[in-house]
Design a protein around this ligand. Structure first.
Ligand SMILES: Cc1ncc(COP(=O)(O)O)c(C=O)c1O
Length: 447
């Protein structure tokens, strides 16, 4: 234990929680503290390094959040394996071995409702091939088409490889270890995994039928927050779309703070409600992302991203050191799909079909006493008495659904399942019956 404490002490240049966290991080990076090394108890560290136990405990919290150390009741606190934690929530939500006859756990669009690419392929040429690796990363015609459809006048707009890529790039350019970050509760699990991987403190803010709760956001903003992430419409998992009134109220709360709003419009053109953004009121504090995965195809891997000047410059400069730009060949396919009348009609039809499917299942559930919040997009957030019992019950009937726990950040009574209702094209009454039974299936209590 003495050598561990000396290694930390040698690197301690500030008697604060962050100073301690930095010292331990440096000792890990220098190879002095190797994975699985047991750290001394908080009290001993405090005495030996002349720090208060509160400071040590806060330092340990920072390190645990960044994944540098792990605390396990019996084993105590140890140096973590450097393999990144990765998509922990995401895998819990979507990882599965069972093959279902009706798999509604996936959150993916119906392949039959994606626009046909034949016309876009037929029109492809090599025109617009970049002359240098530092050319503007966006196809000019595509930027114009998107600006016309954008929910506010963006300062800067670019194209990236899907909404996840956008969230990753914004996270890397904006967030620092120890930042406070506000996210919706419930939330898309991959986003929580992503921001947690940077060592930020994640705070869940409840939602209601119109979006983020203004009262709870106001409360959370009493302390500085680097960012608030939200999904403006067809929220995954709940299907809630933010109203314009709510967007204005939330913008008023964020105005005057240093908080950046990051909006993930992942449903894009298949959402039934109009595009909405706090950028209408706060263009200098808003990042707006629109994915084309659900509307035009997940394998196009494209999303558009708007951001204030400075943040965009940082993001593009960083991106030049990586993949640089999203393939212009794919951008030309997207531009064709966004402007060709036949492709536009196909996406319109998909949007209407998803709305009809969702409506049919919601009505059939209501007739069985199950009320669901939210009315947009391809996912439905089914309240259940017991998540595990409901998942097992549905699996026994050949139906897959995603457990709600990985989506949630705050404790709540009962649980939920995320059901990708956008994939259901028939048998709404039968499915509603199965879901209603699963919703009330309790855990086995014994006799
Ligand atoms: C809320 C949300 N954000 C991002 C994504 C990923 O989008 P993309 O395929 O554009 O990376 C998804 C996919 O389901 C999603 O639901």
């Amino acid at each position: 234990m003495r050598s561990i404490l000396s290694a930390i002490e040698e690197r301690l240049d500030e008697s604060t929680a962050r100073g301690l966290a930095n010292a331990v991080s440096r000792a890990i990076r220098d190879g002095v503290l190797v994975p699985d090394t047991k750290l001394p108890p908080i009290r001993q560290v405090a005495v030996e390094l002349s720090l208060s136990p509160t400071t040590v405990s806060a330092g340990w919290t920072l390190l645990a959040r960044s994944g540098a150390i792990v605390t396990d009741g019996r084993r105590g606190t140890t140096v973590a394996d450097p393999a990144p934690p990765g998509a922990v929530r995401y895998r819990k939500a979507l990882g599965r071995q069972t093959v279902f006859s009706l798999d509604l756990s996936t959150g993916v669009p119906d392949a039959a409702l994606l626009p046909n690419l034949a016309g876009a392929f037929a029109d492809l040429t090599t025109a617009g091939t970049p002359l240098t690796y530092l050319d503007d990363p966006v196809l000019p015609g595509l930027a114009e088409a998107l600006r016309d459809q954008w929910p506010y006048r963006p300062q800067q707009l670019t194209i990236v490889d899907g909404a996840m890529d956008a969230l990753d790039q914004v996270t890397r350019s904006l967030l620092r270890f120890g930042d406070r970050v506000l996210v919706e509760h419930p939330c898309f699990p991959a986003l929580v995994d992503l921001v947690e991987s940077t060592g930020v403190e994640v705070v869940g803010i409840p939602m209601d039928a119109e979006g983020l709760s203004p009262d709870r956001l106001a409360e959370a903003l009493r302390l500085p927050a680097a960012a608030v992430f939200l999904q403006p419409r067809a929220h995954n998992p709940t299907g809630v779309s933010m109203t314009r009134e709510r967007a204005e109220v939330l913008a008023e709360l964020v105005a005057g703070t240093d908080t950046i709003v990051i909006e993930d419009d992942s449903a894009g053109a298949i959402a039934s409600t109009p595009a909405i953004s706090l950028g209408e009121w706060l263009p200098e504090q808003t990042v707006h992302i629109r994915s084309f995965s659900k509307s035009h195809g997940p394998d196009l891997r494209l999303a558009a991203l708007s951001a204030p000047d400075q943040l965009m410059q940082r993001l593009l400069a960083r991106r030049q050191l990586g993949q640089g730009w999203s393939s212009r060949v794919l951008q030309r396919i997207l531009l064709s799909l966004l402007t060709d009348p036949g492709s536009i009609a196909e996406v319109d039809r998909a949007r209407e079909t998803y709305a009809q499917r969702r409506h049919a299942l919601s009505v059939a559930l209501r007739a069985r006493g199950v009320e669901v919040n939210g009315a947009d997009g391809i996912n439905l957030w089914l309240p259940v008495e017991d998540e595990t019992a409901a998942i097992v019950r549905l699996a026994s009937r050949g139906i897959g659904a995603a457990p709600g726990a990985p989506f949630t950040l705050l404790p709540e009574p009962g649980g939920h399942l995320r059901v990708t209702c956008g994939l259901v094209d028939a048998g709404f009454e039968e499915l509603a019956e199965e879901l209603a039974v699963a919703a009330t299936t309790g855990s086995w209590q014994g006799l």
